[in-house]
Ligand binder design. Structure first.
Ligand code: UDP
Length: 238
């Protein structure tokens, strides 16, 4: 049997992934489904770090456009990611997956602070570690937080869970002939401004040689299938 390509992965979930049809920012049923995907992958023997965004609740940039000072708005956005992290932790623990939340902004009564060596220990014990509050500084995003934690935690790949099955040369919802890339280089993503993650996050992955796997998290059992070498995705790599 061949060795699996990835052993430890970082899963980046946008806040929107937790939203339901009815406009609920955090839909418990949807969050449970996402937790099930994480459990499948953990049960298959993979080590999982998770970074959650906050866009379903609060985005610094949009709030700044409406008059809130940008840095303050970004701190509010980071707090939103902590709420999402707790929701994912709750959903995982309801299905028997041990987890720890670590925040880049220390919040002693709510969760652990980010401590790399402690996170490492949690992973060794089979726990899922959820990283909240991005990089902990305004003017960044959780995509950058995901790339940074993936590098620090020596993850073999960054899995970006979205509502499409990969990266296309045009918007597949608007252009019928749009083609999905099976693989695409970091440089092409950056030069063609393909919508994968922020440019700074893509550059950080490129500089640390961390492949980015873009896949549809809404499809049942997809994460475990792709980890096992099947399914449909786009891999951004050298
Ligand atoms: N944010 C920040 N620094 C970080 C991570 C996030 O200031 O390191 C703020 C920023 O305002 C952002 C918000 O938190 O808009 C929510 O994160 P993001 O937009 O990345 O969430 P996603 O789009 O993944 O749901």
């Amino acid at each position: 049997m061949t060795e699996p390509r990835f052993k430890r992965i970082l899963l980046k979930l946008s806040g929107e992934v937790l939203m339901g049809e009815g406009g609920l920012a955090i839909d418990p049923a949807v969050t449970s489904r996402v937790a099930g995907e994480i459990k499948d992958a953990r049960d298959a023997g993979y080590e999982l770090c998770v970074v959650v965004g906050g866009g379903n609740i609060f985005r610094g940039l949009s709030a700044a456009a409406k008059g809130i000072e940008r840095a303050t708005a970004d701190y509010m956005g980071m707090l939103a990611t902590v709420m999402n992290a707790l929701a994912v932790q709750n959903a995982l623990e309801q299905i028997g997956v041990e987890t720890r939340v670590q925040s880049a902004i220390p919040m002693a009564s709510v969760c652990e602070p980010f401590i790399r060596r402690r996170a490492e220990r949690h992973l060794e014990k089979g726990r899922v570690v959820i990283f909240a509050a991005g990089v902990g500084s305004p003017f960044f995003t959780t995509d950058s937080g995901a790339a940074l934690r993936a590098a620090e935690m020596k993850c073999d790949a960054l899995f970006k869970g979205t509502s499409v099955d990969g990266v296309y040369d045009a918007d597949p919802k608007k252009v019928a002939t749009a083609k999905r890339y099976a693989t695409v280089s970091y440089d092409k993503v950056l030069s063609d401004n393909l919508k994968v993650m922020d440019a700074s996050a893509v550059a950080l992955c490129r500089d640390n040689n961390i492949p980015i796997v873009v896949f549809n998290i809404r499809e049942h059992h997809n994460l475990a299938t792709i980890l096992a070498g099947g399914g449909v995705s786009t891999i951004v790599q050298k």
